[in-house]
Structure formats: C-alpha cells, structure tokens
Design a protein around this ligand. Structure first.
Ligand code: SAM
Length: 226
C-alpha cells in the first residue's frame, strides 16, 4: 500500500532541491494538498511521479513541478481573488485556495476556476468536495478565454492551457498591479509569460520557461484542438 504522505514529502523535497519551490507558502500548499485525490483512481499510485497524468477527455493534470513553478510565479497572497482558466482536476485550484483562503487568518480570498468540459468540471467539484476545498473554490463551466465577469476584477489570473496570445478579456479582468501567468505559443510548445498590469493599464511581459500544455480552446483561444 502506497504511503502517499511520504511520497508527497519526498517530491516536495526534490522540487526544493531543484530550485522550483522557493517559498514556504508554495512548499506548505504542496505538502497539504493530496494530489492522489485529484487523479483518476487507476492513476493514484503514480500521483507523486513528477509528470502530467491523463484525467479523461484528452486532458491532463499538470506535472507537480509545473504547478509549483506557476504558483511561485503567480505569487498568490492570503486574501487574493484569483481566476484560474482550465480547472481540469481541480488540483491547481486547491493549491491556490490553500494559500489565498484556507490557511489564511487574514481577509479570506477565493479561487474562481473555469472549465469548458462539463464532465471535468464535475470531476473537479467532486475532488474539491472530498478534500474539503469546495468552500474556497467556485467551479464555473464555460469558455474561460472570456474570463469570468461574475467575480472580476481579479488580483491574480492563471491560465493552465496553451493560448495563441493573451486573451483581451483576461487583460481587462485583471486589476491594476495584478499579475497573470499564461503559456503562450503554438500548439506544440509555449513560453510561460509573467504578465504584470501596471497602474496605468499597460502590461509588462516577461518570458519564463518553455512548456507544453494542452490547447486553450475558445473565442479568444484556439478554435479547435487540431
Ligand atoms: N489546472 C488543471 C489541474 O490542476 O488539473 C490542469 C489543466 S489541463 C492542463 C487544461 C484544462 O483546460 C483542460 O481541462 C481543458 O479542458 C481546459 N480548457 C481548455 N480550453 C478552455 C477554455 N477556453 N475555458 C476553460 N477551460 C479550458
């Protein structure tokens, strides 16, 4: 029988030694969220291999190092209102909720997450319910390239699917001084962009690592997968 807590601790230690986890808040969040409860049951024993895993409908839960890196770059703070585009399994949303809402004694933040495939939104909700994150995360079914006006503007926006360019609605729904992390490129490789919105509304964009994500499909993304 797998000892998931030990495997989780070993993976977090590895990500720290690789310089990917740099802050206590990301370390603590990855230590607390049980990734084995966000993968399909037949993949549970691989939950702590540092790799993406299939979650059905041609989609994946991102590799732990990518979740850790994107969370470090996003720099969520307790009290932040965060938008995630691409709910998938709900794991990244739970990691963010752990930092902005669940473990915060300050003003409580919240994570809004949008998923275009209704069955995956249900899968994520069930995972978030089972792990007690559901009170801190709102899962919305829809085209996340249009953002989610219901709770805009956001302190932070994270996009976990590959975009051809930064969707204009997401720029509009980001607060001044807000930050967005988004993979932008073609359908095969992308560059992780760190986008900071200045108080005058202009954007500072910094390119971080190369990465490979499934496509962001929607009105301001790719029109289809192929
Ligand atoms: N963050 C997820 C997790 O923690 O499991 C992994 C996300 S997976 C790599 C990308 C997800 O983006 C898929 O579930 C896909 O259906 C979703 N997606 C693609 N285009 C979308 C869109 N326009 N709006 C919302 N979700 C979208």
């Amino acid at each position: 029988m797998a000892n998931f807590s030990q495997q989780r601790a070993a993976l977090v230690k590895q990500l720290i030694s690789e310089g990917i986890i740099r802050s206590d808040k990301v370390k603590n969040a990855l230590m607390r969220v049980p990734r084995e409860d966000f993968v399909p049951s037949n993949y549970r024993e691989w939950a702590y291999v540092d790799s993406p895993l299939p979650i059905g409908h041609g989609q994946t839960i991102s590799a732990p190092h990518m979740v850790a890196l994107m969370t470090e770059l996003l720099d969520p703070e307790p009290g932040d209102i965060v938008l995630e585009v691409g709910t998938g399994s709900g794991y990244q949303a739970a990691v963010l909720a752990e930092i902005v809402a669940k473990n915060s004694s300050l003003k409580r933040g919240h994570v809004y997450t949008v998923e275009r495939i209704p069955e995956l939104a249900e899968f994520a909700k069930e995972n978030l319910r089972r792990t007690n994150y559901i009170d801190y995360v709102t899962v919305v079914v829809g085209d996340g390239t249009k953002g989610y006006l219901g709770a805009a503007p956001y302190d932070k926006i994270i996009v976990t699917a590959a975009a051809p360019s930064i969707p204009q609605p997401l720029i509009e729904q980001l607060k001044p001084s807000g930050r967005m992390i988004i993979p932008v490129g073609d359908l095969y490789y992308q560059r992780l962009l760190v986008v900071s919105k200045r108080t005058d509304g202009l954007l500072d964009v910094r390119e971080d690592t190369w990465c490979v994500f499934v496509p962001l499909i929607g009105e301001y993304g790719w029109r289809s997968q192929y």
